[in-house]
Design a protein around this ligand. Structure first.
Ligand code: DQQ
Length: 469
């Protein structure tokens, strides 16, 4: 599998098989723990276990034995679905969703007495039934915090005929829970500023710079995207004043989870799902990648953004720099760097008229290339995947991120390429995470182009990136 050209080298993923959501993120002592939804039987979503890995720097990971396994006959007989890790006064505790066919979802608990290595899964769920009198589409995924002497928990849900919902519970001991009403119910009939779907998966709820943030993954028969809501939390209710996509790569950035670490940063990992046929995934033998570790921050335009942590810089090797220069219309200007594992930082003055483009993973005639395009008129950054892969059956839809540049503000792009993974950060305030599957062996180049007006490139730096294994 290590010879597979589509397999990332500096993003976390298990040695083989299926992975989806990050779970149970926690810093314990000087170790970071990352658990994840995992099927040890193959590269497909079934009979989900919790995989486990540890790190001292958020970048290099060591695989650990499986943490949670479905219990035959138990509430989690057909899957240990997503959840979180809690420091219960010194005892590592996991709360997760026990799944049983055909569609039973119940909150379950597991405790470790040997420093997060092995876990004792409780035989009975900690909440036996969802709240009555609500027509729920599901009852899954958990985030827990401590407030005013009580544990508080949110469970993701959706109310038939209304929209996504997060349900609030309180407990003195993590074992006995009382329903405290919905924290928030969405409205699936609204499309402005953004449609929030029929179900909210994987809620996460935290304070950031004195503002309350709720993150949910929008679902309706399938994952759509992840939203961030910013607002006021009072008396068990949350009132958002701003809602936006957290990342503009749509379903490729999904089910993220955060943890606050001791130096004060809030760190996030998200699941980057595949964008190719199920047969191709089964043949590859692996599916799903974690994003790079990112820090959650506020932007100066009042959005929540996730940016790569500085620890990633230790992977940089062999820097290439290009001095400031001008690109003329109809010219394809190649940068003196090639590769499948690259970090790129560039700044440019987007032209007043027409678009400018960066070709990534491009072959010499540009017939295979992923195009990152900025249009000043529409203030849109687009990741165009129409020509990303010369093979047929991959997802080719474009991702669009709204990005208004202030007067004289250059476009500042920070791009990570790692085999089939691409993560783009623009002006420290928008991100686009996606998958591309170039197949041409020469699709290694980076080129810059402009449509109508000359384009000034102000700076260009790139690094080959080392493997994390
Ligand atoms: N994945 C888990 C669920 C969650 C979904 C199942 C989100 O708990 O709602 O693997 O991707």
């Amino acid at each position: 599998m290590t010879a597979d050209p589509q397999r990332p080298r500096y993003h976390f993923l298990p040695p083989a098989n299926w992975m989806n959501d990050p779970n149970g993120l926690i810093q314990w002592g000087d170790t970071f723990h990352l658990f994840y939804q995992y099927n040890p039987a193959g590269a497909y979503h079934r009979q989900i276990h919790w995989g486990h890995a540890t790190s001292h720097d958020l970048v290099h990971w060591q695989h650990q034995p499986l943490a949670l396994t479905p219990t035959p006959g138990g509430a989690d007989a057909d899957g240990c679905w997503s959840g979180c890790a809690i420091d219960d006064h010194g005892t590592p505790t996991l709360i997760y969703t026990g799944f049983r066919l055909p569609d039973e979802q119940k909150p379950c608990l597991a405790v470790s007495y040997d420093g997060l290595q092995t876990w004792q899964q409780w035989s009975t769920p900690i909440i036996s039934t969802p709240p009555p009198n609500l027509d729920l589409l599901g009852f899954r995924d958990h985030t827990v915090w401590y407030e005013h002497g009580l544990w508080h928990m949110l469970i993701g849900s959706g109310i038939r005929g209304q929209g996504g919902a997060v349900l609030l519970y309180r407990s003195p001991d993590l074992r006995h829970w009382e329903y405290g009403g919905p924290l928030l119910i969405g409205d699936a009939t609204q499309f402005h500023p953004i449609w929030t779907g029929l179900f909210w998966e994987c809620p996460d709820f935290f304070m950031l710079s004195n503002q309350q943030v709720l993150i949910c993954s929008v679902w309706d028969q399938r994952p759509y995207y992840t939203i961030a809501m910013i607002g006021h939390y009072h008396n068990g209710c949350f009132t958002p004043h701003t809602t936006h996509k957290l990342d503009y790569g749509d379903a490729h950035f999904y089910a993220p989870q955060t943890m606050q670490i001791r130096d004060g940063r809030r760190i996030m990992f998200g699941w980057i799902m595949e964008g190719r046929r199920e047969e191709a995934v089964l043949e590859a033998g692996w599916a799903g990648v974690m994003t790079l570790p990112r820090e959650v921050r506020f932007t100066n335009d009042g959005h929540v953004v996730t940016l790569p942590v500085s620890e990633i810089q230790q992977l940089r090797q062999r820097e290439v720099q290009v001095p400031p220069h001008r690109v003329m219309p109809n010219e394809l200007q190649w940068m003196p760097v090639q590769g499948t594992q690259l970090e790129i930082e560039l700044t440019l003055h987007p032209p007043q008229r027409g678009t400018c483009s960066i070709l990534l993973r491009a072959n010499p005639d540009g017939s295979e290339a992923t195009v990152l395009r900025y249009d000043r008129q529409t203030a849109t950054l687009t990741l165009d995947r129409r020509r990303s892969s010369l093979i047929g059956d991959v997802w080719r839809d474009a991702h669009h991120a709204p990005l208004t540049l202030n007067k004289d503000e250059p476009l500042a792009l920070h791009i990570f390429l790692d085999a089939s993974v691409i993560e783009v950060f623009a002006n420290n305030r928008r991100s686009i995470t996606s998958r591309i599957y170039p197949v041409h062996p020469d699709s290694l180049g980076i080129a810059i182009a402009t449509e109508t007006d000359p384009l000034d490139v102000l700076s260009f730096r790139a690094w080959q990136m080392a493997s994390i294994w």
